[in-house]
Write a protein that binds this ligand. Structure first.
Ligand code: PHE
Length: 447
């Protein structure tokens, strides 16, 4: 018999999965550059309308069967249609994401250590340092990558209760406290920076949100951020306690996810000041160059702030990475009878190997040989997973839940948590609106 999450354990573990690098370096920048609070509003609406609908379907599949993803699909499909189980292999997407995501968490670990030793004090120096880290410093990159990968797989090998739930119980509150401490510092000693960040993030400019490109980007982010379409949500759903109210938990998860995005945004932009009307960088340029050098300029205080900031990113990243691995480990454990420890070890080696390819695709001496059509393996994996495989996974789960599974299965479960009209609306969006929108994003993005 598998152990189940406690009520709070589920909320924290799922919020831990949701809150990750997406919140840290995509959400703040998109918010600031695309209409501030207007963007938050748009993101919120899309999260509720689209991402939450997909979430309930995927989590419902896990909860109704209590099995690993391929088995759940086989069990819930009509008799004689075992082939639907193949959809469970979307969990490979999660392993692919883990391989490059953990490389980035490795860089974050390196920067946490660097904060103690001293961060570069100018943007120029910081840019050169980041460049030389990924292009020349193979030993540091690989050892940090290995360290974070080991923590991730070790946690998963310990199981739902002893591993994943415990990790999230410690890291999620710590993440929150660290961000609040940095914000209190900023509010007290850096008040002009703080108010700049507030106006960058909260000034609504509704003229910018009607851009279709932006709507699609916001929707992509909403799906990525709720960890949808890769078996994470269904696998965590399979470990949901009997007495957990899925709808209520989802409200907390989404609330925490958005709040953390806003907190991260306030932290980042209270240091990285962006002039009104100008745009901010996103991704590595924002975190490892702009922000790192600003902490560097602040001397000892900056070291402490930088350390807290990078540790909080590390925590956010690791709790997400763990949730990318659990689906496959659970599958090996249940279907193939391989112990958790053994399957974590085997998958660990596989993911490590893939991640090394990503690392080598940045490393100067091997860069050329690890590029395909002029793109690094890292970029290819990033693009293929977030723009192709994840949306396909979301599409698959929503079609399966809306068109293949008998309607009563969901109704019987969900009517315990919500009134009938709410379940009817959910089912309508699931069947008609969600697939059209996801296909729409797909076609638009691939163009
Ligand atoms: N939601 C995570 C983030 O925003 C990423 C993630 C994707 C986690 C897929 C698990 C599965 O960073």
């Amino acid at each position: 018999m598998h152990k189940k999450f406690s009520k709070l354990g589920y909320i924290l573990a799922m919020a831990g999965s949701a809150i990750g690098l997406g919140n840290a370096w995509k959400f703040p920048t998109m918010t600031g550059n695309h209409g501030g609070f207007a963007f938050i509003f748009l993101y919120f609406v899309l999260t509720i309308l689209i991402a939450c609908v997909a979430f309930l379907a995927e989590a419902g599949i896990g909860r109704l069967s209590g099995k690993d993803t391929p088995k759940a699909l086989i069990e819930l499909a009509p008799k004689g249609q075992r082939f639907w189980g193949l959809g469970g292999f979307f969990m490979i997407t999660a392993l692919l994401i883990a391989s490059f995501y953990l490389v980035v968490i490795g860089w974050i670990l390196y920067y946490a250590c660097l904060s103690i030793a001293g961060l570069p004090a100018s943007t120029d120096e910081a840019g050169k340092l980041f460049d030389s880290l990924i292009k020349n410093n193979l030993t540091s990159v690989l050892s940090c990558y290995f360290a974070v990968l080991f923590i991730t797989f070790y946690t998963v090998s310990r199981g739902i209760k002893e591993g994943i739930e415990k990790l999230n119980f410690i890291l999620m509150p710590s993440l929150f406290i660290l961000l609040i401490v940095i914000l209190i510092y900023s509010f007290t000693f850096n008040s002009s920076g703080f108010s700049g960040a507030v106006s960058f993030i909260f000034t609504p400019d509704f003229s910018k949100i009607l851009d279709p490109e932006l709507i699609l980007a916001a929707m992509g982010l909403a799906l990525f951020s709720l960890s949808l379409g890769v078996g994470t949500v269904s696998t965590y759903g399979a470990s949901l306690g009997e007495d957990t109210n899925l709808f209520k938990s989802l409200l907390y998860i989404v609330g925490l996810n958005i709040c953390m995005g806003i907190l991260m945004g306030l932290v980042v932009f209270s240091f990285v000041q962006v002039a009104p009307g100008a745009s901010a960088n996103e991704g590595p340029g924002l975190i490892f160059v702009s922000l790192a050098s600003l902490f560097g300029e602040l001397g000892a205080v900056g070291s402490a702030l930088g350390f807290m900031f990078f540790i909080s990113l590390l925590f956010a990243g690791i709790t997400s990475a763990v949730s990318m691995i659990e689906p496959a480990v659970r599958y090996f454990e249940d279907e193939k009878g391989i112990s958790r420890i053994k399957s974590s070890a085997i998958l660990g080696v596989l993911v490590f190997g893939l991640g090394v390819l990503c690392v080598l695709s940045f490393y100067e001496p091997t860069k050329e040989s690890f590029a395909i059509f002029g793109k690094s393996i890292f970029d290819i994996l990033d693009y293929a997973t977030s723009n192709v495989l994840m949306p396909l996974g979301v599409l698959f789960f929503s079609i399966f839940a809306g068109w293949i599974m008998p309607k009563e299965r969901f109704y019987t479960l969900f009517l315990n948590y919500a009134p009938k009209f709410a379940v009817d609306i959910w089912y309508f969006i699931l069947r008609f609106i969600l697939p059209i929108l996801v296909v729409g994003i797909g076609i638009y993005r691939l163009n």
